[in-house]
Write a protein that binds this ligand. Structure first.
Ligand code: URA
Length: 219
């Protein structure tokens, strides 16, 4: 029998050193050197922040300048708008979990490379496994493409997909509203749908494996 250093305390998985599974994972992410260029240029790795037992996980694209400096996600201008959006549905950041598809800042805020997304994917998968959220909200194109491959953000924002008992919900990136004022209201409206979607999540029947891939519903 293999020795597992982890056990459950309440909802949390902790290890024998009394460190939560998520803190342990974040330490590992912090030491990651899989992407040479990102490793060389980063000030801090930005694993994520929030409640280990969060019901909702928000997944953005990549840390920006402020996030790289502070080691925390969404602390710049887009983060301020995200805080406003969360407040509009009575959520505080310590009630949710926020992370990104990639955990290190691409220089000059360029788009993440496919290789970087792939290198970082096991960290994201493990975060999802530990937090075990009821709902994953993707923020922006890159995050959406991870969970809704082949879709277009302009078509599927504000819609959700239920798979493996998790509701995946696609939204525009909050930064999109900073560049394109007209998207602000759309993003606010999409955010306001989250509570009812989450409330109805329990009532949604488990679907067959074939249907799981196809259960896309408007909310
Ligand atoms: N944009 C993102 O996608 N993530 C951050 O953490 C900050 C800005």
């Amino acid at each position: 029998m293999t020795y597992c250093p982890c056990y459950h305390r309440g909802n949390r998985i902790v290890n024998r050193n009394n460190m939560s599974a998520l803190s342990e994972l974040n330490q590992q992410i912090g030491a990651c050197q899989k992407c040479q260029v990102l490793t060389k240029n980063r000030t801090n790795v930005v694993p994520g922040e929030g409640a280990e037992d969060a019901e909702i996980m928000f997944i953005g694209e990549a840390p920006g300048w402020n996030e790289d400096k502070q080691g925390l996600p969404f602390v710049g201008q887009a983060g301020m708008f995200l805080n406003e959006l969360l407040a509009s549905i009575n959520l505080r950041r310590n009630q949710i979990y926020i992370t990104n598809i990639i955990k290190c800042r691409p220089q000059g805020n360029r788009d993440p490379l496919l290789s970087e997304i792939q290198n970082c994917r096991p960290w994201l998968d493990r975060q999802i496994e530990i937090i075990s959220p009821k709902m994953i909200v993707t923020l922006g194109r890159y995050s959406m493409a991870t969970f809704f491959p082949g879709k277009s953000i302009s078509k599927i924002h504000g819609t959700a997909l239920k798979k493996d008992n998790i509701i995946y919900y696609a939204m525009y990136h909050p930064a999109a509203a900073l560049h394109q004022r007209s998207l602000r209201q759309t993003i606010q409206d999409d955010m306001k749908r989250i509570p009812s979607l989450l409330a109805s999540a329990e009532a949604i029947k488990p679907v067959t494996p074939e249907a799981q891939q196809l259960t896309m519903f408007e909310v």
